[in-house]
Design a protein around this ligand. Structure first.
Ligand code: ADP
Length: 290
């Protein structure tokens, strides 16, 4: 097994149980960890990245017992935290060279090669002379990926990287992740269903410190192909609908009424039509059933 987590638990000093006896196995490739804010994703990411210790449990990455030998894991880890705040008035090229020194690459020639390589991979080469402090949000996130690639990591963890990016920047960022995802194990934590849909070959849905469902995005929708129903209602009827049915989502349409999506084994009533399931339905079903 590639990354194997068993019976992992973490309760913070204030009594919040952020990771609740969690088990999961993660293969090579792009893995999406999807969950709402507060689900425990960052706590899990920080624990795998050896930045905080769990109360108990085990984490095995390939032949490394992560909790017993954190140094070995750190050598093969690339981690982009939720907020990555090193944005001095220094060019990206200089800052990456400096990080490469910190990561133990002593030879200037070797550093030049790897810095150029990661700048190209993250589409920052043309703006490598610009100060990182002047970068846009998306460029900063790509710089975050560039720095984590310096030690050629085998396990890459990116925590909520697209939050706050505009659509074009988000797209560029996801393309960079797609580029590096094929060779390694990449865990992408996010609350954005689209991130997982566009990118991940494998995924899990997390809430309340637990894994609710582990699935394959392309398969997940197939299992509910006869269970998603849609209709349009006046907004004042939403509450009644929610009392009668498992309403997964609702969105306003141009007539200021609501399109609702309902999960049901049978047609809920004459006014409903069957809809093609999407990954968001899968996500909301998991959350509502938890
Ligand atoms: P997510 O990344 O999914 O938003 P987090 O792991 O950040 O979830 O948080 C999970 C829960 O743990 C939340 O209730 C959060 O408020 C709490 N939490 C996170 N970090 C700490 C901390 N250092 N001390 C106390 N509670 C924390």
């Amino acid at each position: 097994m590639n990354l194997s987590i068993n019976n992992l638990a973490k309760t913070y000093n204030n009594g919040t149980k952020a990771i609740d006896n969690l088990d999961i196995n993660i293969d090579k490739g792009m893995f999406g960890l999807l969950g709402p804010n507060g689900a425990g994703k960052s706590s899990l990411m920080r624990t795998i990245a050896t930045l905080q210790a769990p109360d108990f449990g085990s984490i095995q990455f390939q032949d490394i017992d992560v909790l017993k030998d954190p140094m070995s894991l750190r050598k093969v880890l690339g981690y982009l935290p939720q907020s990555f705040g090193v944005y001095q008035k220094v060019s990206a090229e200089h800052l990456l060279d400096y990080f490469a020194i910190l990561k133990g690459i002593a030879s200037k020639k070797d550093r030049n090669v790897i810095v150029q390589h990661v700048l190209e991979l993250t589409n920052l080469y043309d703006i490598r002379k610009k100060h990182v402090s002047g970068y846009s949000g998306g460029m900063k996130q790509r710089f975050g990926i560039a720095q984590l690639l310096l030690n050629n990591p085998k396990l890459i963890i990116v925590d909520e990287p697209t939050a706050g990016l505009d659509p074009a920047e988000r797209h560029r960022f996801l393309n960079v992740l797609r580029e590096i995802g094929s060779e390694n194990t990449v865990i992408l934590s996010t609350h954005i269903v689209e991130d997982v849909k566009e990118l991940c070959t494998d995924m899990a849905i997390m809430n309340n410190g637990r894994i609710l469902q582990k699935t394959i995005p392309s398969e997940a929708t197939k299992t509910i192909k006869n269970n998603i129903w849609t209709t349009t209602i006046k907004k004042q009827y939403l509450k009644t609908m929610e009392e009668k049915h498992l309403v997964l989502s609702s969105s306003y349409n141009e007539n200021n009424s609501l399109n609702i999506r309902v999960y049901s084994d049978e047609k809920p009533s004459i006014q409903f039509e069957m809809a093609t399931p999407n990954l968001e339905d899968v996500y909301f079903i998991a959350l509502k059933n938890s």
